[in-house]
Design a protein around this ligand. Structure first.
Ligand SMILES: Cc1ncc(C[n+]2csc(CCOP(=O)(O)OP(=O)(O)O)c2C)c(N)n1
Length: 394
């Protein structure tokens, strides 16, 4: 007998269920908390420049997150999302890619964005929705995007990037490109229908996409054990007939190694791969959330000991690639640079109101133009309600 894919099947003659948790996927760890390598593990091949670039990127986004959360609390920006504790997931994976591989992210992947070369000024312009923002101020803060560095603009609805990534990778294959697409999402987004549609589509059509799940334990206030039963997200990839791997998300060497292997495999075989990185969202979900309402300080403290940056820092010092004193100077200098860039970006004017309808069609259609004129008339009538825009209408 064969199964629908013509593979020979095993038969049994006594009825027995296969248990829902029959697939127990192990977790790859290379780097110990003290910066040494686990017995039996092999360090990935990393040259010094790449290793230091990875470290600098992690430190950059940690300092940026601290500063911008404070800016939100001061009322200077409306909203912010940190990636505290998850820096290794996105930086380690982005470092394993080619610069032209497409990135389709969720919203907590500033590490991948920075690794690709998104500048401090570009971060600031987006966060302040000013007229230099690449998205022309039309998105909420942290909904970054950049055509130049192959980073698709973030969408707020969860999971929409997953089938889009399958389609994008399929097109890369059809065009004969030797590039892949990486698609990031959280374990919460893996509950969306789009997750299942996207994975199945990629598996059936053999799209070279890397699905990268950051399993950080919470979807806003919902802990992972209230989101699903069974062995997490990695085994779902196996269910859709693709290869999967689970890694320690605080171990940047493991994340790098797994993503490098996934990329090579996806391109060589034209197949999707699923990576599940086990991490913890140490900060709040966003600046609008207060985690003290749904989890304990003790739980957070336990995970704070699992800091991906300090673990990697110890490895770099051990290798003689990083020196503790220089490191401290760099972090202090970075704080100053970020504050200076913030002060510049917040003074830049907001984009003109006409950009509400630009970039949708080549030329705005009459219905959109009419709506814009109606909006302008409304603002002229109630100028006190629109202090930023009212004085700037044509
Ligand atoms: C379709 C949809 N449903 C609900 C939301 C509200 N929402 C925004 S983020 C989020 C939790 C996502 O959790 P997860 O995917 O695990 O990512 P994390 O924030 O933990 O990184 C929810 C429910 C949304 N944006 N879109």
């Amino acid at each position: 007998m064969t199964n629908p894919n013509n593979a020979t099947i095993t038969t049994v003659h006594t009825a027995e269920f296969t248990a829902g948790d029959a697939l127990k996927i192990p977790t790859l760890r290379i780097l110990r908390d003290d910066g040494s390598i686990y017995d039996g593990a092999t360090e990935p091949e990393l040259d010094k420049d790449t290793a230091i670039k990875m470290y600098d990127t992690m430190v950059f986004i940690r300092v940026l997150d601290e500063r911008m959360l404070a800016a939100q609390r001061q009322g200077r920006i409306s909203f912010y999302m940190q990636c505290l504790g998850e820096e290794a997931t996105t930086v380690g994976s982005a470092a394993a890619l080619d610069d032209k591989d497409m990135i389709m992210a969720q919203y907590r992947e500033q590490g991948a964005l920075r690794y690709r070369g998104f500048t401090l000024e570009q971060f600031m312009n987006q966060l302040f929705s000013n007229e230099k923002d690449l998205g022309k101020g039309r998105q909420m803060p942290v909904h970054y995007g950049s055509k130049d560095i192959h980073y698709m603009t973030i969408s707020s609805p969860l999971g929409t990037q997953i089938p889009q990534a399958s389609g994008y990778a399929y097109a890369q294959k059809m065009r004969g490109l030797k590039n892949t697409t990486i698609c990031y999402f959280g374990e919460g987004a893996a509950s969306e229908g789009d997750f299942h549609a996207g994975l199945n589509m990629a598996a059936v059509h053999k799209a070279p996409v890397i699905f990268f799940c950051r399993n950080n334990g919470y979807a806003i206030s919902t802990p992972a054990n209230e989101q699903f039963v069974g062995d997490g997200i990695a085994c779902r990839g196996v269910g859709y007939g693709m290869k999967a791997i689970r890694v320690d998300g605080a171990d940047i060497l493991a994340v790098y190694q797994a993503t490098k292997m996934a990329r090579d495999y996806a391109l060589e075989h034209n197949e999707p791969i699923l990576i599940e990185a086990m991490a913890y969202r140490l900060g709040a979900h966003s600046s609008s959330d207060d985690p003290s309402g749904y989890r304990s300080k003790e739980e957070e403290e336990k995970w704070r000991q699992n800091d991906p940056i300090s673990r990697y820092r110890l490895w770099l010092i051990e290798k003689g690639w990083l020196n503790e004193a220089d490191d401290k100077t760099t972090i202090d200098a970075l704080r100053g640079e970020i504050l200076d860039a913030l002060k510049v970006a917040e003074k830049v004017a907001k984009p003109g109101i006409e950009h509400l309808i630009s970039d949708v069609y080549k030329e705005p259609i009459p219905a959109l133009q009419q709506q814009l004129e109606e909006l302008k008339a409304h603002i002229r009538k109630y100028p006190e309600a629109y202090p930023i825009t009212a004085g700037r209408l044509d």
